[in-house]
Structures are given as structure tokens and as C-alpha cells.
Design a protein around this ligand. Structure first.
Ligand code: 5AD
Ligand code: SF4
Length: 456
């Protein structure tokens, strides 16, 4: 072992990151670990004894801040037990929205930083160590953080995420994202493609492009997301491409055509619609109608007949009547969604809908959510059942739960398990589906018959 290596390992500091919320936060947590690596920080899985703990928070729905404060209470005890040396940082959207409140209620927090300032983290750590007081960075800096973040350091594995766009200018009535993540920003095509190639060289076989409004991406003059996907599809060794989350308004013709032209673009699209009522869609400032959404779904299916749609729904937005809710139910029956997320409307301070008249009573929101979720569950079960007997490629990503099993994902993101050798992990294999469970599928490898079958 050379001395340099030994010095580096003895200087190792332990970093624990707790992540709430969306894939974007998961990605950001990885990047925060990347920027701290040159300072000697290496990730650990438990906060006990860590030199630094980062809470990467989410503000999108209920009780976000309360969860943060209760976690902080737990960490405070650990910090005290360790003689106060643990650096505590609160990042993400709660930090952005309630930074001052955090420092007032939890003065033992050392660093508060919003999602736009992660590249400044090493400097903040140094300042916190020097000053012995809290450091807060929740401005939207003039520089673009993407220009300052190092290339992703840690390999992400077989399925990788790559943020290509951040922020949102759409200002839906209910949503905090335009306030916490700021205006839309896209990374250039060259940067994105270089990072994608690096991820593939590190072993990624599937890349999901991420953005709050990923299909509004416009990182390079004359390019839209369709063109970027076409360039991604040229990367040798990249078997699967996905992108999330999209807005119906930005589903342009070229993007829809990419679903027709690119076999590696997976036949699964998360396209939040929020409501099926034109009145509520207008109140939400979505700037599209329910029929516009039906039309996009139809065109996507023409382009790629096996495509499955996933969506987000909110019930009980201010002003939502029983008839509006029924229009949402009708949209779900018309379009059908094998996977979906549905939420009760939750007022977010500072957003237009929070102060709107005609808030829907909680009990009514509960009833609507249960009614909608029962229909969505039915559709998910029917979709899973419809895969039984089908044969399609599964990208295997790890061992299964039972001995001898390996597990991966279908083209439609369903977890799939089959008996098979672990050396198939990291490859796509053809699987014949034999069973559908509520949240997963089971099948048999077509080209690598299982031991039982071979010996039979
Ligand atoms: N209340 C309930 N759901 C919300 N979402 C965003 N803001 C709110 C809110 N205030 C949901 C939307 C969005 C998803 C990420 O979270 O459906 O698409
Ligand atoms: Fe929020 Fe609407 Fe922007 Fe999505 S499009 S992040 S729901 S404001």
C-alpha cells in the first residue's frame, strides 16, 4: 500500500445522506457525495458516528417540514453524544422554502442549502468548520450549478439516472417546485451525451434522463428532447432509455416520433395529467384540456402500440366538485394507466391554490382518493395479468429474494424475477412470463433454462 493511499484512508470522513422525495433528489444526493469526495468524505449507510449528515428534503406534499424536524431531533442527540463534531446539513426543497425557520427551530444545524447551490458545498463545509456558526445558501446563484459540479464520480450501476433539466416555469396552482427549484435550466447536449457515455463505460445498461419538466429540455440550440433521445440511442452498449417527468404541453411531434423510431426507448411513459376535468385543469393552470391528453395518448399508441402510460393525479383541488372528480374517473377509464400515483390535494404555503376559496373537506378528499385508487389498482392488476404468457426482454439488475433467483425490470418497469445464474446480472434476457403478482411478475429464462428443467 503506498503512503498516499494510507494517508487518504486514514483521513477518511464518514458521510451519511438521508434522501426524501423524487428521483431528482436521489440523483442530487449522489452529486453532493461526489463534490464532497475530494474533501475525504465517503458515504456510510448509518448516521451513527458519521462526520457529516445531510438531510436531502422534499417539500412537495404534506408534513414535509415536520418530518425534517423530527429527524433533526434524533440527529441532535447523536451529534451531542459525539461531542458536537458531526456536521449537520439540511438540503433540498424544505431547506429552500423554510431555511430561516430551520435555523430558528434547530440552531444546532450547521448548513442550510437549496437545490441550486450544491456545487458550493465544499466551501460551505469549510466555512461552517471555521465560523462555528450556521451557513445558509438558498439564493438562486447567477452561475449554473451544472457548470460547477464535477463529473459524476461514483458508478451508479446497471440502471443509472442523469439529470438533464431542472426547475420549472409552469406554475401549476398547487405546486412548490417553481419556487424551490427555480426557473427551467437545461444542460447542453454535449454535456449530457458525454455523461451518458461515461455511465455506460462504468456499466450502465439503462439510463433514465431526469428533469422536473424533462420534455421541456432545450439544452442546445435547435435541439428538443426527441433529438437528444436519438443521439442517446446511438451510444453503443446502452440498451434502454427512459425519461421522466414530462408535461403534456411539451409532448411535441418529434418526441412522439422518437417513440416510433427508437427500439431502445422503453415503451413506458410517466405523463402526469393531475385531473380529467377541464374546469379544474384550468384552475390548476395546466394549460391543456382532458381531450388534449386523450389525443396525446392516442398518438403515442399509434407511434408505439405497446406503450404503457403512467400518471399523477390530485383529488380535491380547491373547487373540485363531484362532477369534476367523475371526469377524472372517466379519463382514467378512457386512457387506462398500468401504473399511477394519486394524492389528496395538500395546500402548500405561498402557492395560489393554498389561498383559493372552496377548499374540499378532508373526508371528501379521502373518499375520492380511495375511489380513484381502487380503479387504478384494478387497471394495474389487469395490466400485470395481461403479461402472463408473453415473452419479452428483462434487464437483470441483481439477485432475487429467493436462492437461485435473479431479478430485473420489464420494459414497462415491472419488477420481474426468474431462476437463473448471477452472471446474467447486467444483461437483458428473454423471459416468458408465468405469473402475475400485485406488484411484480415471475417467469422463466427462454435461452437459459433453469437447473430443474435441464435435469428433468
Ligand atoms: N398536493 C398534492 N399533490 C401534489 N403534487 C404536487 N404538488 C401537490 C400538492 N400541493 C403531486 C402532483 C405532481 C406530483 C409529483 O406530486 O401530482 O405531479
Ligand atoms: Fe409543479 Fe406543474 Fe412544474 Fe410539474 S409542471 S413541477 S406540477 S409547477
Amino acid at each position: 500500500m503506498d503512503a498516499g493511499y494510507e494517508a487518504a484512508t486514514t483521513a477518511r470522513k464518514r458521510l451519511h445522506v438521508i434522501t426524501w422525495g423524487c428521483q431528482m433528489n436521489v440523483y442530487d444526493s449522489g452529486r453532493m457525495a461526489d463534490v464532497l469526495a475530494p474533501l475525504g468524505y465517503a458515504p456510510v449507510s448509518e448516521p451513527d458516528g458519521a462526520d457529516m449528515v445531510i438531510l436531502n428534503t422534499c417539500h412537495i406534499r404534506d408534513k414535509a417540514a415536520e418530518k425534517v424536524f423530527s429527524e433533526l431531533g434524533r440527529l441532535r442527540r447523536m451529534k451531542e453524544e459525539g461531542g458536537g463534531k458531526m456536521i449537520l446539513a439540511v438540503a433540498g426543497c424544505v431547506a429552500q422554502a423554510e431555511g430561516a425557520e430551520i435555523l430558528a427551530r434547530a440552531p444546532y444545524v450547521d448548513i442550510v442549502l437549496g437545490p441550486q447551490t450544491y456545487h458550493r458545498l465544499p466551501e460551505m463545509v469549510a466555512r461552517a468548520a471555521r465560523a462555528g456558526g450556521a451557513v445558509i445558501e438558498t439564493d438562486f446563484p447567477a452561475e449554473d450549478k451544472f457548470d460547477f459540479l464535477p463529473d459524476a464520480a461514483a458508478p451508479q450501476g446497471i440502471t443509472a439516472f442523469l439529470t438533464i433539466q431542472e426547475g420549472c416555469d409552469k406554475f401549476c396552482s398547487f405546486c412548490v417546485v417553481p419556487y424551490t427549484r427555480g426557473a427551467e435550466q437545461s444542460r447542453s447536449a454535449a454535456t449530457v451525451l458525454a455523461e451518458a457515455k461515461r455511465l455506460v463505460a462504468q456499466g450502465a445498461r439503462e439510463i433514465s434522463l431526469l428533469g422536473q419538466n424533462v420534455n421541456a429540455w432545450h439544452g442546445t440550440e435547435g435541439w428538443g428532447l426527441g433529438r437528444l433521445l436519438r443521439a442517446m440511442a446511438e451510444i453503443p452498449g446502452l440498451k434502454r432509455i427512459r425519461y421522466t417527468t414530462s408535461h403534456p404541453r411539451d409532448m411535441d411531434d418529434d418526441l412522439i416520433a422518437a417513440h416510433r423510431d427508437l427500439p431502445t426507448l422503453m415503451p413506458f411513459l410517466h405523463l402526469p395529467v393531475q385531473s380529467g376535468s377541464d374546469r379544474i385543469l384550468a384552475a390548476m393552470n395546466r394549460k391543456h384540456t382532458a381531450d388534449h391528453f386523450r389525443d396525446i395518448a392516442r398518438r403515442l399508441r399509434e407511434a408505439r402500440p405497446d406503450i404503457a402510460l403512467s400518471s399523477d393525479f390530485i383529488v380535491g383541488h380547491p373547487g373540485e366538485t363531484e362532477a369534476d372528480f367523475e371526469a377524472t374517473m372517466q379519463l382514467v377509464r378512457d386512457v387506462t394507466f398500468p401504473m399511477a400515483y394519486s394524492f389528496k390535494y395538500s395546500p402548500r404555503p405561498g402557492t395560489p391554490a393554498a389561498g383559493a376559496p372552496m377548499q374540499v373537506p378532508e373526508a371528501e378528499k379521502d373518499r375520492r382518493l380511495q375511489t380513484l385508487q381502487a380503479l387504478l389498482r384494478e387497471q394495474q392488476a389487469a395490466f400485470n395479468a395481461s403479461r402472463v404468457g408473453m415473452t419479452f426482454p428483462v434487464l437483470f439488475t441483481g439477485p432475487g429474494r429467493h436462492p437461485g433467483q435473479i431479478a430485473g425490470r420489464s420494459p414497462w418497469l415491472q419488477p420481474v424475477h426468474a431462476m437463473g445464474p448471477t452472471d446474467l446480472i447486467g444483461t437483458e434476457q428473454i423471459v416468458k412470463i408465468a405469473a402475475a403478482h400485485p406488484n411484480s411478475l415471475g417467469g422463466e429464462l427462454v435461452d437459459h433454462p433453469s437447473q430443474e428443467r435441464r435435469s428433468a
